[in-house]
Design a protein around this ligand. Structure first.
Ligand code: CMP
Length: 140
């Protein structure tokens, strides 16, 4: 089933000049960018995006990091895009991620982990509409 998912290339990856490498990996995997913006998140916008993590001990540090420099936010479309994107990213902690995954290659630690991806259809709908409110969410 064709799905849409939200990806973020985080400030650490943007600083490392690997935007092109990461988007190339999406394209080679058949995950087509259908919307894309490069923006600097305010702390407020980062907090709203990660609101489900508000009670976590790392919330303050995560949202400071996410607002520390520009990010690239994209909507990717493809068959089974949510799960396939998560497989391509690797697990949250780059040190535990499978070799060759984006986080294993470009991440530094569990916080500076290069990329974000929606983890379920409900999350994808929320996250896509958070950054691309104009998108038609009828087609998932
Ligand atoms: P992401 O996929 O963007 O979703 C939530 C983010 O919180 C996660 O990637 C990490 O960057 C960060 N994160 C998750 N767990 C921890 C942790 N234990 N310590 C610090 N940051 C974390």
């Amino acid at each position: 089933m064709v799905e849409r998912t939200l990806a973020i290339i985080k400030p650490d990856a943007v600083k490392k000049d690997v935007i092109g490498d990461i988007i190339g990996r999406y394209e080679k995997a058949g995950l087509r960018p259908i919307a894309m913006r490069m923006i600097r998140l305010s702390k407020d916008v980062a907090e709203g995006f990660y609101a489900v993590h508000r009670q976590r001990p790392f919330f303050g540090s995560l949202t400071t990091f996410m607002s520390s420099g520009p990010v690239v936010v994209l909507v990717l479309a493809g068959d089974d895009a949510i799960k396939r994107h998560r497989d391509l990213m690797g697990t949250t902690d780059p040190k535990k991620a499978d070799p060759g995954t984006i986080r294993a290659v470009h991440g530094t630690n569990i916080e500076y982990n290069a990329v974000h991806g929606s983890d379920s259809p409900d999350t994808a709908r929320f996250e896509i509409s958070y950054f691309f409110p104009e998108m038609d969410l009828g087609v998932q």
